[in-house]
Design a protein. Structure first.
Ligand code: DAH
Length: 376
């Protein structure tokens, strides 16, 4: 195509586009806010917008004219798009400025007196125990409140009709798990069984898993209710199993734990022979205190704190662990009891009354997490 011919088509197209361009820029001029801007964008560049239609129609032009006319239509589209962007930036800034001046904050206003929540002493003690044993490399583990009676008793070497079952005043549920009666767990010890069963299974499937080292806080249940007993209470279980775990490890761990928990680096600790069906030998652990003043670590009296022992070979065997190759220790501690001792809380029943005044007095700030960095 020769140049004059081309120029003729261009000026014809410009004349054709002019009213559309005037309409488009008039629409842009009329935009006052962001909502109007969106409507305008649809009107011009939407699916059947004015500019969009011009570009679509270019498809019907002759092959010779199409590139010349389409180029001009594209230029119009670019101008409109650029103008929309400029407008958007300007309107957004104006909207922000308006909002900032409308929403001025009075930073000198006093805070609203909202009562801060508090961490319950039971939770605090469990967190402290987990922090202390966590620092020794124990992993946190939990188990269900409802167990079958084999996991709660049988596997722990407490056979049917054993006095320990009566001793624990078990809540039997009107249900069974598999073909075993379901109970509310009377202690956290069944989590030992769950952990060892899973560990033995993993071992049987090939590679030997890392030794067991768990700390298990949780709820426990016994049909008991007086000033020092509640039908629902809390315990924390500990279990360590490996090829060469000895009584010396048990003593070292528990002495360290008790001294850290009670914040008494020289706290006297005594191991006293005792009996539990699931440990052999079994030991009760006592700490020094003064019966007269109630002070922990002072005086010449002893106070029973927790039960412990070397895991009974029958318990290992019940879980599929060969007692000739593996051994370890376990312990169980009552959370309410050591919490009352540590913080001088006199009555067990108040733990569960949800009296906000009591919680405000004995509770802990949620921001002060239990950790060993500043002592516990
Ligand atoms: N399960 C026992 C109880 O509830 C506490 C206990 C004693 C747990 C000795 C242990 C242990 O793991 O070795 O009275």
């Amino acid at each position: 195509m020769c140049a004059p011919e081309r120029a003729a088509i261009e000026s014809d197209e410009q004349a054709y586009l002019e009213p559309f361009a005037i309409q488009a820029f008039a629409a842009l001029d009329a935009v006052r806010d962001l909502k109007g801007l969106d409507a305008c964008r649809v009107e011009l560049l939407g699916k059947s917008g004015i500019v969009t239609r011009l570009l679509k129609d270019a498809g019907t032009l002759t092959v010779a004219e199409r590139p010349i006319r389409a180029a001009l239509r594209n230029r119009l589209k670019e101008k409109v798009t650029a103008e929309l962007e400029v407008l958007r930036a300007r309107l957004e800034e104006a909207a922000l400025t308006a909002r900032l001046s409308a929403e001025r904050l009075d930073i000198s206003a006093p805070t609203r007196p909202e009562p801060a929540g508090m961490i319950h002493p039971i939770s605090r003690t469990m967190e402290e125990i987990v922090a202390i044993f966590g620092a020794m490399g124990f992993a946190l583990k939990e188990g269900p409140d409802i167990e079958d009676d084999w996991t709660n008793f049988g596997a722990l070497n407490i056979p049917a009709h054993h006095p320990a079952r009566a001793m624990m005043d078990t809540f039997y549920l009107n249900a069974s798990i598999g073909n075993r009666p379901a109970v509310l767990r009377t202690h956290t010890s069944p989590v030992q069984i769950r952990t060892m069963l899973a560990w033995a299974k993993a071992q049987a499937s090939g590679t030997e898993p890392a030794p067991i080292r768990i700390i298990v806080p949780g709820r426990t249940f016994r049909a008991d209710h007086d000033a020092t007993h509640s039908p629902m209470f809390h315990q924390t279980e500990g279990l360590v199993i490996g090829r060469d775990i000895t009584l010396a490890h048990l003593k070292g761990c528990l002495i360290d734990f008790l001294r850290a928990f009670f914040n008494e680096p020289d706290l006297p600790v005594r191991f006293r022979a005792s009996y539990f069906p699931f440990t052999e030998p079994s030991m009760e652990v006592d700490i020094g205190w003064s019966r007269k003043t109630g002070e922990i670590g002072q005086g010449s009296d002893w106070l029973e704190i927790l039960g412990s022992g070397m895991v009974h070979p029958n318990v290992l065997a019940n879980c599929g662990i060969d007692p000739r190759n593996f051994q370890g220790f376990a312990f169980g501690v009552g959370i309410e009891r050591i919490t009352m001792l540590k913080y001088g809380i006199p009555d067990l029943r108040l733990f569960y009354e949800s009296d906000v005044r009591w919680l405000r007095h004995y509770g802990f700030s949620p921001l002060a997490q239990a950790n060993l960095h500043e002592g516990i």
